[in-house]
Design a protein around this ligand. Structure first.
Ligand code: UDX
Length: 442
């Protein structure tokens, strides 16, 4: 099949490469500077496997890059749109980029027979887009085909999904969509467009709810001296609940969960149906960083002038994405409390905030710090020389915001005089010998 795909953000680019790998002729369209970078294999997103796979399909001629939407979609079977749909400050979804794409086609008076929306859009959007095209004299079906890609494993998620969802109106559209995904083995869920639009939002909202539930229970565990890991593995063993997305920590981040939750809340309000469960999901998440700050204050007393070493900046491991990262909230709150931040991340090289010093190594970030906080569960943080790292600090306090460190490391930590290990939703561990004052690193 010939597919034109507009938008080469992380979803669009992964989709373009994967559809090309499935044997389709794909033209990816974006603005000039982005396309120039892509032609030189310079990617703006960091996703495992993406670079070599892209180089491969580009070299084979299965994937091409263009900047002119009208030209690129003049001789294609379907046009897929994977542009950003950010949430505006009033909670409504900004569909400006999608409208911009369609306006090019309407001006040219031409459109492929099928437009597939991959961007996440509020319920009813595809109906409206199709009506807009029709009003401009274009008889095109608009279908909805959501993505469920996680950053860091987007490739596998695309090629081996749990399910594929098609929201479409006619057998012709369904048949084109099935051809597009031929070669991928997964149950296909075909339904009307509005239901498909809601599947995407409800899935993300449900996952966010699982995380907030685990975080809420972790507070109860802390109060009663229980261990959230045991509680959630016992709960998740029930097949009706499932074990995933029950890890307590510093809260969820990333470009999807908060945005989609907000959008769904607005959707509910528009029809007079508030969604109280989801309001609480967001509220619980918003309390995670204040709780981490409260923990620091419980250790330090006055936080002003203290230095915090933060390990991990991206919203999760295996990505350099800092959108909505809990780190950014932490940074803002540290600034308010007069806490100095030295941070290290294996791949993030800039944050766009002055109030943080980005360091080249975890050890440099730990220099003279009054506590270290793990914000992202990069596995390499568990491999650090923790006794050495603590030796570089002013106070040997470890706040493990992701429950990352294994027992042998925790034992090494609390072997150090005055050390405290504070996980999430589990009892704190501390050295039997109290902290004796500022250590003097060699
Ligand atoms: C998510 C959805 O999983 C994906 O289906 C959708 O298409 C896009 O949004 P992504 O944002 O890449 O994907 O990350 P995900 O792995 O879902 O994690 C989101 C956030 O939740 C991260 O900050 C992560 O650290 C946090 N999280 C996840 C937890 O705090 N606990 C968990 O148990 C799982």
């Amino acid at each position: 099949m010939r597919l034109t795909l507009v938008g080469t953000g992380y979803v669009g680019l992964v989709a373009a490469v994967c559809f090309a790998k499935l044997g389709h002729e794909v033209i990816a369209v974006d603005r000039e500077p982005v396309i120039r970078g892509l032609k030189e294999n310079k990617l703006t997103v960091w996703e495992p496997q993406l670079e070599p796979e892209l180089a491969d399909v580009y070299a084979n001629g299965l994937l091409r890059f263009e900047t002119d939407i009208v030209q690129a979609s003049s001789d294609t079977d379907a046009l897929m749109i994977a542009v950003g749909t950010p949430t505006r400050s009033d909670g409504h979804t900004d569909l400006g980029h999608i409208h911009e794409v369609l306006s090019h086609l309407m001006q040219a008076g031409t459109c492929p027979p099928l437009v597939i929306i991959k961007s996440t859009v509020p319920v009813g959007t595809c109906d409206e887009l199709e009506a807009t095209l029709l009003a401009a004299g274009l008889h095109t079906e608009v279908a909805f085909n959501p993505e469920f890609l996680r950053q860091g494993s987007a490739f596998n998620d695309f090629m081996e999904p749990d399910r594929i969802v098609f929201g479409c109106q006619t057998p012709q559209a369904e048949s084109l969509l099935r051809q597009l995904y031929e070669g991928i083995e997964a149950p296909v869920h075909v339904c009307d467009r509005r239901s498909a639009e809601l599947i995407k939002y409800a899935s993300n909202a449900f996952l966010a709810m699982k995380i907030s539930f685990a975080n809420m229970m972790s507070d109860v565990c802390e109060g009663y001296g229980a261990d959230i890991r045991h509680v959630m593995s016992g709960v998740g063993a029930d097949q009706r609940i499932g074990p995933e997305f029950l890890s307590a920590g510093v809260g969820y981040g990333g470009s999807c969960f908060s945005k989609d939750l907000q959008s769904l809340l607005t959707t509910g309000k528009l029809i007079g149906s508030p969604l109280p469960i989801l309001e609480s999901v967001a509220k619980v998440n918003n309390q995670r960083i204040p709780r981490m700050i409260a923990k620091l204050i419980s250790l330090w007393g006055n936080p002003s002038g203290k230095r915090l070493c933060v390990l991990g900046i991206s919203f999760k491991p295996n990505t350099n994405d800092v959108r909505d990262a809990p780190f950014l909230t932490l940074l803002a709150q540290c600034e308010r409390h007069g806490i100095e931040v030295q941070a290290f991340d294996p791949v993030v090289r800039q944050v766009g905030a002055k109030s943080v010093q980005l360091m080249d190594s975890p050890y440099a970030a730990a220099a003279q710090a009054d506590a270290v906080m793990i914000m992202t569960e990069w596995p390499q943080f568990a491999e650090l020389d923790w006794p050495y790292l603590l030796h570089l600090m002013r106070r040997p306090y470890v706040l493990d915001g992701r429950n990352l460190l294994p027992s042998p490391i925790i034992s090494q930590i609390v072997d150090i005089d005055g050390a405290i290990y504070m996980p999430v939703g589990r009892p704190m561990e501390r050295s039997p010998i109290p902290w004796a004052g500022v250590s003097s690193p060699e």
